[in-house]
Design a protein around this ligand. Structure first.
Ligand code: ATP
Ligand code: MG
Length: 356
């Protein structure tokens, strides 16, 4: 891992605190592995609106394009909620996804044994959860032709349409198959092929792509059944691959299974630079207090090592250290329960570093 370079975008709210903790952990992990990376800090979101008048400065986009990976905190907050639509802080994420050609969103959802008691599921069920959800990010009904509400023959109507092309399905299923190889080798493709034409194309293409990978098995499931099985039998899943809309819903459903939304990382991947961020928002209500949970961002840094810096060793090292910190009883305020050791954002980062 030589000459790797990352961009860190703190963003808004708790973004600065959690990315600072994650960057320290990443640097310490790299050092332990005898490798290193350089980094630069760039602005996006509300912070960029305040400083430059736009949510996503061209300078930030350029730096991200050239980098090997981008670590992002979170963007947005009430301060920028009442601005013009093109100035909304959230535009920064959509703009970055587009500029970097990010078409896949990966969310690993894994039980933390030490937090099993905080899950809505029974401990013996939550302990079996180890799922990677791969969501198509660039197509489907979120991007298809749309008609805002209009009066047609005296009745108000609106229309959204779902479009998927063969290359769009191919590349996302291929990515899911590749990710499954280093896991349990099982891919569940989720669709609604009993109703939707896009799903029937999806199912056909998925089978063709999976045939290229002798190490993996592909199964299909309807999305309604998948929503049930995630609660009843989450341990049966390894990799789930699905379209934009179904993936949006299923990944939030899966996220709450572990009872620890502040701990979950994500990666958005394309053909170039990958973008890594926790799944939670900028949490303006607790910003600047030093109490935010940095573990979702720290685990996002682990994914950055895995998928963009080609350093599986550092990724696993960080993931194990996070498990150990929780097992040793360290808790930020959001997951604190009596009898455990309450720590600040910064202290949580230091405790992770101590266990690398
Ligand atoms: P967004 O629209 O950006 O997703 P949101 O309003 O849906 O934002 P969050 O910003 O994620 O949601 O905040 C939801 C709640 O979870 C808030 O009370 C926030 O304080 C809490 N929260 C979110 N992330 C963390 C974290 N890392 N540590 C502690 N609490 C958090
Ligand atoms: Mg939200």
């Amino acid at each position: 891992m030589s000459n790797k370079h990352i961009v860190v975008i703190p963003g808004d709210g708790i973004g600065a605190e959690i990315t600072a903790a994650a960057l320290s952990v990443a640097q310490a992990a790299a050092e332990k592995c005898g490798c290193s990376f350089t980094h630069e800090i760039k602005q996006a979101g509300g912070a960029a609106i305040d400083a430059f008048g736009v949510p996503l400065p061209e300078d930030t986009v350029e730096a991200c394009r050239k980098a090997d990976g981008v670590l992002l905190g979170a963007v947005g907050g009430p301060k920028w909620d009442n601005v013009a639509p093109e100035l909304r802080a959230e535009k920064a994420i959509l703009g970055l996804r587009k500029a970097l050609g990010l078409y896949a969103n990966l969310r690993p959802v894994k039980a933390f044994p030490a937090l099993a008691g905080q899950s809505p599921l029974k401990p013996e069920i939550v302990s079996t959860v180890d799922i990677l959800i791969v969501r198509e990010l660039n197509g489907g009904i979120y991007y298809g032709p749309r008609q805002e509400a209009t009066m047609i023959k005296g009745i108000e109507q609106a229309c959204d349409s779902e479009v998927y092309s063969r290359p769009e399905v191919e590349r996302i299923v291929r990515l899911a198959c590749r990710a499954a190889i280093s896991r349990k080798g099982r891919v569940m493709s989720v669709d609604k092929a009993n109703v939707l034409a896009t799903s029937r194309l999806w199912r056909k293409v998925a089978a063709e792509v999976a045939a290229d990978y002798s190490q993996i098995t592909l199964d299909n499931m309807y999305v309604d059944n998948c929503a049930m099985q995630l609660v009843l039998n989450p341990g049966s899943f390894d990799v789930i691959v699905t379209g934009n809309l179904f993936g949006d819903i299923l990944s939030d459903e899966a996220a709450v299974l572990t009872g620890s939304i502040g701990l979950l990382p994500s990666a958005s991947l394309g053909d170039g630079t990958g973008l890594y961020e926790p799944i939670h928002g900028s949490a303006p209500d607790i910003a600047g207090k030093g109490i935010a949970n940095p573990l979702g961002t720290i685990l996002s840094a682990a994914m950055l090592f895995r998928y963009s810096l080609g350093n599986e060793q550092a990724a696993v090292m960080i993931e194990k250290a996070v498990d150990q910190v929780l097992a040793d009883g360290y808790r930020t305020a959001d997951i604190y329960q009596q009898g455990f050791t309450k720590v600040s954002t910064e202290e949580m980062g230091r405790q992770v570093i101590a266990r690398l």
